[in-house]
Design a protein around this ligand. Structure first.
Ligand code: MUC
Ligand code: MG
Length: 389
């Protein structure tokens, strides 16, 4: 039997792009981002695109860009070559049958399958995921230069340019009192109209978190993201119960079953929904639905993806009926190089969700050739290390 949309080839390409400035998190300092760009070629001449990124190689989670490529090239791609690309769910089931874990690698392939299917059907990804309820999504910016005065100057520029009016501060590297002073100084400089949140990226113990969250509330901070270890779910529940400001789960959320456990345990006020960390677009949608059902607020998180992963996330978050805390889909703006033919549009504190079929974006082939790690045209200067810790 002929299969018109037979999957013929899957490429996983490592693409390295420097960041516009060092991005300082408690777990690493990023000077560059590595994207794994997946291209899935089908016999009907449709090419689907997907992306997975991590933060600081293996500093943030248990998959690295190189590991994602290895998993795709060696195991995931061979398991679906010859299958019908026009049946994305059945194709992903074939992958699930041969591979446990590897959520980021699976997510990149699922994204490419759904992009291809959208192109095939003439439908934007958002419509394939149930339909968008908004054409733009609010986008905050992360201040993480490592220096209070630089962060204030950066935020003022963003507000003046009407690009961002909500800011997330990366803390957890310094003593609690020093971090709170940093947050308070930024809040005072930007004023009461500007929402300030923090992401501790698991750096605190529970006692420090209890103290730190109360001090942050007094300093005018609105939300604290993943203050303690992802493994300490009971601690998250205790902090959520005691806190005057919202507590958000991020690293602890690895898909629908974690979202369910968080809902049962009352362990967060807000879920950071992330596409790859959840295991893919469909799983991330389920995380959102579980949050909705439990009365937990939603936030559109990022793994600092480039334009492909950011477009996919924008499509998904455009379908969420409630998105109380907005999103952080600013990844491409943190990078020095553009990977798309037409860049994503950021204006008036929001990102426009692309309208074309599938992801609604096209890769700039010359940029990809120049930036791919294995490319002959590779010419940009990259810092020698991704981690400055
Ligand atoms: C994280 O932990 O949320 C998202 C924004 C940012 O600056 O870092 C990421 C990761
Ligand atoms: Mg986070």
């Amino acid at each position: 039997m002929t299969v018109p949309a037979r999957i013929d080839l899957i490429e996983a390409i490592l693409v390295d792009v420097p960041t516009i400035r060092p991005h300082v998190l408690s777990v690493t300092t990023m000077n560059a981002q590595t994207m794994v760009i997946v291209r899935l070629y089908s016999a009907d001449d449709i090419v689907g695109i997907g992306e997975a990124t991590t933060i600081g190689g293996l500093a943030y989670g248990e998959e690295s860009p190189e590991g994602i490529k290895l998993a795709i090239d060696t195991y995931l791609a061979p398991s679906i070559i010859g299958l019908d690309g026009a049946r994305p769910a059945a194709t992903m089931a074939a992958i699930e049958a041969i591979a446990v874990g590897n959520r980021f690698a699976k997510s990149a392939i699922e994204m490419a399958l759904l992009d291809a299917q959208g192109k095939r059907c003439g439908l934007p990804l958002s419509e394939m995921l149930g339909g968008r309820v908004r054409d733009t999504i609010p986008v905050l910016w992360t201040l993480a230069s490592g220096d209070t005065a630089s962060d204030i100057a950066e935020a003022e520029q963003m507000i003046a340019a009407r690009r961002h009016n909500i800011f997330k501060l990366k803390i957890g590297k310094r003593a609690v009192a020093d971090d709170v002073a940093h947050v308070g100084a930024i809040k005072r400089a930007l004023g009461s109209d500007i929402s300030i949140r923090v992401d501790v990226n698991q750096a605190w113990g529970e006692a420090a978190a209890k103290r730190g969250i109360a001090m942050l509330a007094d300093a005018g901070c609105d939300l604290v993201e993943q203050p303690i270890a992802a493994s300490n779910r009971a601690g998250m529940a205790r902090l959520t119960a005691a806190s005057a400001i919202a507590i958000m789960a991020d690293e602890a959320l690895h898909g629908p079953s974690d979202a369910y456990d968080f809902a049962i345990a009352g362990a967060a006020d807000v879920l950071a929904v992330k596409v790859s960390q959840s295991g893919g677009l469909r799983a991330a949608k389920a995380v959102g639905q579980i949050g909705d059902a439990a009365g937990i607020s939603l936030y559109g998180g990022t793994m600092l993806e480039g334009a492909v992963g950011t477009a996919a996330a924008a499509h998904l978050f455009s379908t969420f009926s409630k998105l109380a805390f907005g999103t952080e889909q600013f990844g491409p703006l943190l990078l020095t190089e553009e990977l798309l033919d037409s860049p994503l549009t950021y204006a008036d504190f929001a990102l426009s969700v692309p309208t074309g079929p599938g992801l609604g974006i096209d890769i700039d082939e010359s940029a990809l050739a120049r930036l791919r790690r294995d490319g002959p045209q590779r010419s940009i200067h990259l810092p020698t290390s991704n981690s400055g810790n």
